[in-house]
Design a protein around this ligand. Structure first.
Ligand code: XMP
Length: 519
């Protein structure tokens, strides 16, 4: 069952890698949307009764035998339709126009010229102007179907944007959903608001309501367990699920002893104290730290921590007993979803998460209410659910925790030293008002000792590395350019306040060539 607002958009997915971005832009325009693979679009159309339809791009060609098609029921529905890239080509192919392949497409930045007025350009683009868009096509439309007129062109695509005002069908060769089409979000907004006439009053509060209903319908009277990692995603998922099914949810927090200062306590007090969510807090730090003795290889650390996490979680889940569902805070970037045009939907999941592999091993069904959201949207939902700002806005923290910030052997003592240095560093960053301008900032404890002099004595102690980067997705990153006075204040405080550290260095490496974490 799906609960939705009375206004909605059905996005028909032909297998483009960026279909989720269309959904995101539609959400940003204040409209509820659902994505359906092309081969399930007819059923989704009947169920949703959408106000408008958007057709995605595709790696396929309409000229191929068996290339994906728009269901006739959609073409004949009389609803407004927007075709993007392959969506445009399939519209022309099926409605009596012509698509040609072969002679060099356009890939990357392109400029289109506005040749006529169009409802999509309302308040945005004017006759004779030139605008940047992002193209990625081999085939192109070479003849229009009856009733269509060209409204913009590029050197490689004479029909870059086309319109059929009577039928309210519009289509474009370029991708408005990607950031490289700077006005793309506004074009999509014009489609949903101006062409489809939707009011755009859908918000995160609506999303919350919809998901609560969906979770109730999915779970019924069954029980759900949710692994809390201490991070934002699993916390938001847990609070949302608790709102839906109350104490049918039990959270399990496997504390591996590799968290930052005060973090484990914060999770426990927030969940037990504030939200009254049933929480099993397992202090497994001895098990983890014992197992990490003598382990220095970064991947061996990750493997051991991942496996042990699953072992402990599984044991606790058995003790709770009777749960059929496992909840996870999986986000869209963790899920690369695509539809192949021969075989229907296929899903690949990155194995970055601590709980990766759990569902198969425990033979449980998954509840993943955040699957279609991006990180900043999860933060907005967290705020909507009343999670404190300091929690919701927290920098990302890797599953293996401090173990991959202590190159070489990990021990409880070394974790304690690092936790103190990291806390001083983060406190100074917050005091300077810089926390939100930084993607991730953390201290690293190096496996090197150097000589120093404090008072009149010689010291021989550990080196602490400081890292701070800006990034939008963690895939690439730039160093944060602190001023010298800030860095010297942090260094002085760490050396004075943290026993075991007598030297502080700043990491000046971007990603690539470095990674964000040191291991
Ligand atoms: P790197 O170091 O690869 O990090 O540049 C990119 C982002 O991923 C996080 N990271 C991890 N997260 N388990 C996780 O859950 C891991 O093993 C892991 N390794 C890196 C890192 O903190 C950064 O945000």
């Amino acid at each position: 069952m799906n609960i939705q607002s009375s206004e909605s958009v059905l996005i028909v997915d032909f297998g483009s890698q960026v279909t989720q971005l269309i959904a995101r832009r539609v959400r940003e325009a204040g409209v509820y949307s659902e994505i359906a693979p092309f081969n399930a679009a007819e059923e989704a159309f009947a169920r949703m009764n959408p106000t408008g339809i958007i057709l995605s791009g595709s790696p396929a060609s309409v000229l191929d035998d068996g290339g994906p098609r728009i269901p006739d029921v959609i073409l004949e529905s009389g609803r407004p339709i927007l075709g993007i890239c392959y969506g445009q080509q399939s519209l022309m192919h099926q409605l009596g126009g012509e698509v040609t392949g072969g002679d060099g497409g356009e890939f990357g930045r392109a400029f289109i010229e506005i040749e006529d007025e169009c409802a999509l350009f309302n308040g945005l683009w004017n006759l004779g102007e030139t605008h940047q868009v992002w193209m990625s096509h081999g085939d192109k439309v070479t003849s229009l179907a009856p009733g269509f007129r060209p409204v913009a062109s590029s050197p490689g695509a004479p029909y870059a944007v086309i319109a059929n005002d009577e039928k309210r069908i519009y289509a474009m060769q370029f991708h408005p959903e990607v950031v490289h089409t700077p006005d793309g979000g506004k074009l999509l907004k014009n489609f949903v608001r101006h062409v489809c006439g939707m009011s755009g009053d859908w918000t995160m509060a609506e999303f919350r309501k919809t998901k609560v209903e969906e979770i109730r319908a999915q779970v019924g009277d069954n029980r759900v367990i949710c692994g809390l990692s201490g991070g934002v995603d699993s916390a938001v998922a847990a609070v949302l699920i608790h709102e839906a099914i109350g104490d049918q949810l039990t959270c399990v927090f496997v504390d591996h002893g590799l968290m930052r200062m005060g973090e484990a306590e914060q999770v426990v007090s927030l969940f037990r104290g504030h939200y009254h969510i049933p929480l099993v807090h397992v202090d497994a730090s001895t098990l983890f730290l014992k197992g990490l003795e003598g382990v220095t290889d970064p991947e061996a650390k990750r493997k051991f921590i991942g496996k042990t996490f699953i072992d402990v979680f599984e044991d606790e889940a058995k003790k709770i007993g009777g749960a059929q569902f496992l909840a996870q805070g999986t986000l869209y970037p963790d899920v690369i979803e695509s539809v192949s045009f021969t075989g229907g939907p296929s899903v690949t999941i990155k194995s970055h998460h601590n709980v990766g592999g759990l569902p198969e091993r425990m033979d449980m069904k998954l509840v993943e209410p955040l699957r279609e959201l991006f990180k900043d949207e999860v933060r907005a939902l967290g705020r909507e659910l009343g999670l404190p700002d300091v929690f919701v806005g927290r920098h990302p923290f890797p599953g293996p925790g401090l173990a991959i910030r202590i190159p070489g052997e990990v021990s409880r003592d070394r974790c304690d030293i690092l936790r103190k240095a990291d806390a001083v560093y983060l406190e100074e960053i917050r005091n300077a008002g810089l926390y939100d301008a930084i993607w991730q900032a953390f201290a690293v404890l190096l496996p090197v000792k150097t000589v120093g002099v404090m008072g009149d004595s010689r010291t021989y102690d550990n080196v602490c590395g400081l890292r701070a980067v800006t990034s939008t997705d963690g895939m690439t990153a730039d160093i944060y350019p602190f001023d010298a006075a800030f860095l010297s204040r942090v260094a002085t405080r760490i050396i004075n306040e943290v026993k075991g550290i007598n030297r502080v260095v700043y990491d000046y490496t971007s990603k690539p060539p470095g990674t964000i974490e040191w291991e």
